[in-house]
Design a protein around this ligand. Structure first.
Ligand SMILES: [Zn+2]
Length: 506
């Protein structure tokens, strides 16, 4: 038996102007890795592919590694990139007996609102009986097209996502049991008309902590997989939002019961998924008070309207401007995506004094406001190729590529400026650029929840700052045209409990 393994992973922020072309899926390699190069890159890493490879290699099967394409979150995927990836995976599916796919679950393309559903539809159109397992991010927006075109489906239980590999292991074990005739997975799913705020989705916090704990308890009691998807709200597609997929051994009534139970629990807790925004001046005052209070570690200034891992441009300047105007000192900033400024600093060389127009460059037509560049004069502290090995539980073992990177020192404020978008969840992003986060009084991060993996335990306090960006935590700044209505909290009456669930086939 030959098993195919492949990845096509992207979380699409339909409000983001950041272009999602094939290069963005390549990790800086020119085109996405495939074959043995991909196999060797991902084997043993804390990733879904790492989990799939681990289980597949425990079985007496041949493995063909197909394309391994993942792009940081950004705008809708370009059609030629999507067609390239789909063609590669559909071709692979014709050469194998079963397929393990790492898909994010919130991919929107220029032509398809449901990129993963379209991929799976094409695979099954050519190979109707091909067994398929998929693993999905907790931010997946689930569709009927996805669920009806696979046999095994598992999703993360953690946000920050530190269980990608175990999610794939859980799915692959159920999948091999099915292939060997030892299991008959049944999938049922449903969604609730609600868009939980990403800032309220962390699994250290309620209500998601309890929802995921219940899913894990059901798995430990024998369910093949219970996946609670908080969904990705910055995707203006019909099916965006909260959903649950249950996978049980042969019993659809059990599966449906678990779906209904978890949807009901989430719906009852919907107010706790709403995020209250604090005005930026108040956040700055709290940051200064926290820095002067007793305790160890830097104060984290969290610029959560502009994080890469939700499709941010990573170049809005409002929070940095507030930091500078408030006179905060000994600040480490990660970071700004601005290849033009990196090129200018590289040309000037380490030690040179430069005046740059930083950030505010990418137009954000989805918002009423536009960030503007800020003029900064400082010293070029360091130039780097921008590569480091991830050290934390998320992506451990993978090489992270920030592109050519530079550090600009403006007084005691050190700003990391990069040429490829990455999310700052691993302190190594600073350390690889000669900055020790513990040596600063403040660490400013363009992140929402993922920073918790590597930074929260270092921090004295975390101050969430409302800046500007397409990951805005204020839904009123966005125009939703396609998402199903009513939906909470865009509509206060998002439909009654139970009657509101969209449960296919019922
Ligand atoms: Zn996610």
């Amino acid at each position: 038996m030959k098993i195919g393994i492949a990845m096509m992973s992207h979380e699409t922020n339909t409000f983001s102007p950041v272009i999602t072309d094939l290069d963005r899926f390549s990790g800086g390699h020119g085109e996405p890795l495939r074959g043995d190069t991909a196999l060797n890159t991902y084997r043993g890493t804390a990733s879904c592919l790492g989990g799939y490879i681990e289980v597949a290699e425990q079985h007496d099967v041949a493995i063909e590694m197909g394309i391994a394409a993942a792009a940081p979150p950004s705008g809708p995927v370009e059609d030629d990139a999507f067609e390239y990836m789909c063609a590669a995976i559909v071709e692979l599916s014709g050469r194998v007996d079963a397929l393990l796919l790492d898909l994010h679950g919130a991919m929107t393309t220029k032509s398809f609102d449901d990129g993963e559903g379209e991929l799976l539809r094409r695979i099954r159109a050519d190979n109707p009986a091909l067994p398929i397992a998929i693993s999905l991010d907790m931010h997946a927006n689930i569709t009927e097209l996805m669920v009806s075109n696979c046999d095994v489906l598992t999703g993360y239980h953690t946000y920050p996502h530190i269980d990608m590999d175990s999610t794939a292991v859980r799915g692959a074990r159920a999948f091999f049991a099915m292939l060997q005739g030892a299991a008959k997975p049944v999938l049922r799913w449903g969604n609730a008309p609600m868009l939980p705020h990403v800032m309220r989705q962390g699994t250290d916090d309620e209500p998601n902590a309890s929802l995921q704990a219940r899913a894990i308890a059901l798995e430990q009691a024998g369910c093949l997989g219970i996946s609670v998807f908080t969904g990705f709200p910055h995707a203006d597609i019909y099916d965006a939002g909260f959903s649950v997929v249950a996978m049980t051994e042969g019993d659809s009534e059990d599966a449906q019961g678990y779906v209904n139970e978890l949807l009901t629990s989430a719906w009852e807790a919907r107010e706790d998924f709403v995020y209250e925004v604090e005005p930026l001046p108040e956040s700055m005052q709290r940051a200064q008070a926290a820095a002067s209070a007793a305790g160890d570690g830097p104060v984290i200034v969290l610029d959560h309207y502009d994080n890469t891992a939700s499709g941010g441009t990573m170049d809005t300047t409002e929070v940095l401007s507030a930091v500078l105007e408030a006179g905060l000192e000994r600040v480490a900033v990660f970071g700004f995506y601005d290849p033009e400024v990196v090129a200018q600093m590289t040309a000037a060389g380490v030690g040179a004094t430069v005046t740059v127009e930083l950030g505010g460059k990418l137009p954000m037509p989805a918002l009423a406001e536009q960030s503007k560049p800020i003029t900064l004069t400082g010293e070029v502290k360091l130039i780097s190729n921008g590569k480091f090995q991830a050290q934390v539980a998320m992506a451990r073992g993978l090489t992270i590529n920030m592109g050519t990177s530079a550090v600009l020192s403006v007084g005691s404020v050190d700003i990391a400026i990069i040429s490829r978008h990455i999310e700052p969840y691993d302190p190594e992003c600073f350390r690889s650029l000669g900055m020790e986060p513990l040596a600063y009084d403040y660490v400013m991060l363009k992140s929402r929840i993922h920073y918790r993996v590597g930074f929260r335990d270092l921090a004295k306090e975390v101050i969430e700052c409302a800046g500007c960006g397409v990951c805005t935590s204020d839904y009123s700044q966005l125009t939703f045209d396609k998402v199903r209505r009513p939906v909470y909290p865009l509509d206060q009456d998002g439909g009654g409990a139970n009657e509101a669930w969209q449960i296919p086939g019922t």
